[in-house]
Design a protein around this ligand. Structure first.
Ligand SMILES: NC(=O)c1ccc[n+]([C@@H]2O[C@H](COP(=O)([O-])OP(=O)(O)OC[C@H]3O[C@@H](n4cnc5c(N)ncnc54)[C@H](OP(=O)(O)O)[C@@H]3O)[C@@H](O)[C@H]2O)c1
Length: 278
């Protein structure tokens, strides 16, 4: 008898690490349906065509995580077509180049809106349709740990005291407001907007995992964060040392964790190993 069909979605997967994650899931999921999603339909369909040439058969669905309607449309489609989904890799993300002349405050505002707010909103919209045994992996970054290490002891204590995603969101909002006033450093925050967005994801993942565990203790749903490493993609101007396939290894490993992996819930991983941020 073939295994039950599993449905996987990777956000921002028309290129880079997300594209490589779709490739790996197409190869590893027995009886799986893998959705390559992209905010731009043309770029997404071109990416699907590339994988078709490798003999792989991902499906395509439009998804712009910055657009709530787009996320809800995908959720409704998955619910109607499959009764939900099994694997979600939150990979979509942005980063300003070091050479950008955009003021620090607006870089922080824009990056936080996609990397934290839209990513976590997508989790909140899609987790309710994740099936028992489901895996939700958010691609954060080791820079999140670096941001934690650089902030004041007081802000570290406030972050470690957070219990809910809303608590984490309030601290992210406070950072962005300070970044726009230009007093974020004197207020004990790091001078690094991108890293703060990823630290926020690590904190929110912890909170969402605990919430889901207490509300649905028997569902074996795991919610986790990871760092893909320093990867050769457009985001790093191709300076990263890992190939996108190597970068996709940890997110896909977490997405494929077998039953009985409860100890992974809420944690952050890099190179398949636990990273203690706090
Ligand atoms: N590369 C690294 O070394 C590294 C290290 C640590 C963490 N990460 C994280 O890994 C993830 C993937 O990065 P990457 O290096 O593969 O970057 P990338 O090559 O720039 O790809 C980013 C992907 O995200 C998509 N995206 C951006 N905003 C989106 C939105 N609002 N809705 C849907 N899709 C959106 C992009 O779509 P478009 O093509 O339409 O722009 C693209 O497909 C990011 O979250 C990044 O922060 C990367």
């Amino acid at each position: 008898m073939s295994p039950p069909q599993r449905v996987a979605v990777v956000t921002g997967s028309n290129k880079g690490i997300g594209f490589a994650a779709v490739r790996a899931l197409c190869k590893q999921l027995d009886n799986g349906v893998v959705y390559l999603t992209s905010r731009n339909e043309e770029r997404g369909k071109e990416a699907v065509a590339k994988l078709n040439k490798e003999g792989l058969k991902p499906q395509f669905h439009q998804l712009d995580i910055d657009d709530r309607t787009s996320v809800e449309r995908l959720r409704d489609y998955l619910k109607k077509t499959y009764g939900g989904l099994d694997i979600l890799i939150n990979n979509a993300g942005i980063a300003f180049k070091a050479s950008s002349t955009e003021p620090f405050g607006s870089q922080a505002t824009i990056t936080m809106a996609t990397n934290y707010t839209a990513t976590i909103d997508a989790c909140k919209i899609l987790i309710p349709v994740i099936k028992p045994g489901g895996r939700v992996v958010s691609v954060a970054s080791f820079t999140g740990k670096m941001a934690f290490d650089k902030m004041s002891k007081e802000n570290q204590d406030r972050l470690t005291a957070t219990k809910t995603e809303e608590d984490v969101a309030l601290l992210m909002k406070e950072f962005v407001e300070a970044a726009n006033k230009g007093d974020h450093v004197s207020k004990g925050w790091p001078d690094w907007g991108y890293a703060m967005t990823k630290l926020g994801v690590i904190g929110a993942v912890k909170a969402l995992a605990q919430k889901n565990q207490s509300e649905n203790p028997k569902d074996d749903i795991l919610i986790m964060a990871c760092c893909p490493g320093y990867v050769d993609t457009d985001m790093t101007s191709n300076k990263g040392k890992k190939t996108p396939d190597e970068g996709a290894d940890t997110p896909v490993y977490l997405a494929m964790l077998p039953p009985g992996s409860a100890g992974f819930n809420g944690n952050m991983y890099a190179d398949r190993a636990l990273v203690n941020v706090w």
